[in-house]
Write a protein that binds this ligand. Structure first.
Ligand SMILES: Cc1cc2nc3c(=O)[nH]c(=O)nc-3n(C[C@H](O)[C@H](O)[C@H](O)COP(=O)(O)OP(=O)(O)OC[C@H]3O[C@@H](n4cnc5c(N)ncnc54)[C@H](O)[C@@H]3O)c2cc1C
Length: 319
């Protein structure tokens, strides 16, 4: 479930292993790659590749090997199937599966300041790639200091007259190469030790109020757009009573990517792992599918042994 790079790689491996493979995706295939302007660190693309292009290539490859991709289909529950396996309940249908690879990814964390929810879509955004062109020649602010904040800020700097970055620390967490580029960008301005207090405006965003955490002075920046990059939350609400999650809601697995329940595997950003990158999601997607295949082989072998013991004839493989 989930057709980001993790889920699509699992689908490529599973369908190529001739397993009947269904991919359930609530949006369109690609996951976060769909809203990433340019990807420069995925091997095989020395000039970089657009997120959209890489999504399309992965999707084609999965379909080519026979994966059945069902888009605009939200998974809402997982139930154990009587007699073994799982029922994957979506908003449209219920799919019976002998094994499931969970790859639901993460979504942007909300900061929860006044004005954030009210002005969503009216100046508040979590996706520069989607909304950046709307802010041509306007001033915008990016909240955050990690890779996403800096990379998306650089993208906004192509359109906006000025990109302000408010970060609550006095240095960025982003990769050094991204930092160097951002500091060299003439229309990017950094506001260190800043904590956003409110987004203000009448019918749309007009300014951001923030506090200098060192001297507690209050400031107002007149801007037309606010882009939040303050962390992420795993899309695992529907898994709360199904598999073990860590304190932050990420799926716990062992090194074989097995969750706490038999037949359920997990990969990618929603898994409690160390890094959140496409290359990692792809590697984990491959491993999850290979482990799922081994798991099914073991089930088939055990069923055959039991059948031979009971009747003297092997049971046909389930496929
Ligand atoms: C702004 C930004 C820029 C980035 N740039 C880079 C980069 O340059 N290089 C890099 O390596 N990494 C980058 N990353 C990180 C990278 O995008 C992720 O690590 C990667 O996409 C994770 O893949 P995934 O398959 O685990 O999850 P996702 O890509 O998040 O895919 C999960 C999929 O599951 C679907 N889904 C979720 N819940 C359900 C449900 N209930 N039912 C059905 N479908 C569901 C979602 O719609 C989504 O399509 C970036 C991330 C961000 C936020």
């Amino acid at each position: 479930m989930g057709a980001g790079p993790g889920g699509m790689t699992a689908a490529i491996y599973a369908s190529r292993a001739r397993l009947t493979t269904v991919v359930l995706e609530r949006n369109t295939a690609g996951g976060i790659m769909n809203v990433t302007e340019r990807i420069e660190n995925y091997p095989g693309f020395p000039q970089g590749v657009t997120g959209f292009e890489l999504s399309e290539l992965m999707k084609q490859q999965a379909i080519e090997f026979g994966a059945d991709l069902r888009e605009i289909t939200s998974v809402v529950a997982l139930e154990q199937r009587p007699g073994g396996g799982w029922l994957v309940v979506t908003d449209e249908e219920t799919v019976a599966a002998r094994a499931v690879v969970l790859s639901p990814g993460v979504e942007a964390r909300r900061l929860g300041v006044p004005g954030e929810a009210e002005f969503m879509g009216h100046g508040v955004s979590y996706c520069a790639t989607c909304d950046g062109p709307l802010y041509r020649d306007k001033e915008v602010v990016v909240i955050g200091g990690g890779d996403s904040a800096v990379e998306e800020g650089m993208f906004l700097a192509r359109f906006a007259s000025t990109v302000h970055v408010i970060h609550r620390r006095d240095e960025l967490r982003a990769a050094k190469i991204a930092q160097e580029r951002a500091f060299a960008q003439p229309n990017m301005h950094f506001h260190w030790n800043g904590q956003v207090r409110a987004i203000v405006g009448e019918t749309k965003v007009e300014a951001v109020d923030y506090e200098d955490l060192l001297d507690h002075s209050q400031h107002t920046l007149p801007v037309a757009g606010v882009f939040f990059y303050v962390g992420q939350l795993p899309n695992t609400d529907f898994l709360q009573d199904v598999v073990a999650l860590d304190d932050n809601g990420y799926i716990v697995t062992d090194e074989h990517l097995r969750t706490s329940r038999p037949g359920l595997f997990a990969c990618g950003d929603a898994r409690a792992g160390l890094i959140k990158q496409i290359a990692n999601a792809v590697g984990e997607g491959a491993l999850a599918a290979i482990e799922a295949e081994k798991y099914l082989d073991t089930l088939d072998f055990e069923a055959q042994q039991a059948s031979v013991a009971a009747t003297g004839t092997p049971e046909p493989a389930a496929g």
